[in-house]
Design a protein around this ligand. Structure first.
Ligand code: ATP
Length: 212
């Protein structure tokens, strides 16, 4: 599977990268840069989710997650940090966001970016068939073990709608950062390896993820 970055005479390419971003970390930033470069996107919407139906944990306040997303992504050319899901009340579904973007840009081709953990449960997503019809799904692996063909075959006849992003394996997660902050081991040195500097300073300033 290969995607040409030629721009002449092709529909506008709009990427969507959603996440709790609680907090945004270096793998998120690397994924966004890889998305722009490898898919020849015209724009990538980074969309902090509302309280997602599939996350049991209560997320940090929307204003903190939005501020951190801006600090992490705003300096990347081609990225727009898009607050639409934070402004929506009730459950937020990816299909609704994709449809809204398509309505705003009728001639566009949509690309949805997800990590392999999200892909593993993709068949349980709300209206996943419709998602596959309107967006190309681009997957970033999260383990050293490569994704297997059989994982795509279950989505036949839509299995040609997937693209694997080339991204070095980065074993960082937001959970790990929250745990480090809660246990007091989120030192400046450790933080520098895991999150953009401005995000580390924001977390420390607001004492996010501290217990009680
Ligand atoms: P948490 O640990 O709280 O579940 P997370 O680190 O998975 O958070 P999210 O904000 O939930 O971060 O992730 C947003 C998107 O980025 C998801 O599609 C997720 O799969 C992907 N992603 C997160 N971390 C990585 C990583 N290290 N490598 C590749 N993709 C990642």
């Amino acid at each position: 599977m290969g995607l040409s970055a030629d721009t002449a005479g092709r529909p506008q390419r709009i990427g969507v990268f959603g996440g709790a971003f609680d907090p945004p970390h270096n793998a998120h930033v690397a994924l966004a840069k890889a998305a722009l470069a490898q898919c020849g996107l015209d724009v990538l919407h980074v969309i902090p989710t509302g309280q997602a139906w599939h996350k049991a944990r209560t997320l940090s306040a929307p204003e903190h997650r939005l501020a951190m997303a801006r600090l992490a992504f705003d300096t990347i050319e081609g990225v727009v940090v898009d607050a639409r899901e934070l402004q929506r009340t009730g459950p937020t579904f990816t299909i609704d966001t994709l449809k809204a973007l398509q309505a705003e840009n009728p001639a566009c081709q949509l690309y949805l970016f997800i990590g392999a953990d999200q892909f593993a449960t993709f068949g349980q997503w709300h209206k996943w068939r419709e998602i596959l019809e309107i967006a190309i799904i681009c997957i970033a692996d999260r383990t050293e073990s490569a994704l297997t063909q059989s994982q795509f075959d279950v989505y036949a006849p839509h299995n040609h709608r997937f693209f694997i992003l080339k991204l070095p394996w980065m074993p960082v997660s937001a959970t790990q950062i929250r745990q480090m902050m809660a246990s007091g081991s989120f030192t400046a040195e450790e933080a520098g390896k895991l999150v953009p500097g401005a995000v580390a300073r924001y977390i420390s300033h607001y004492q996010l993820y501290r217990p009680g």
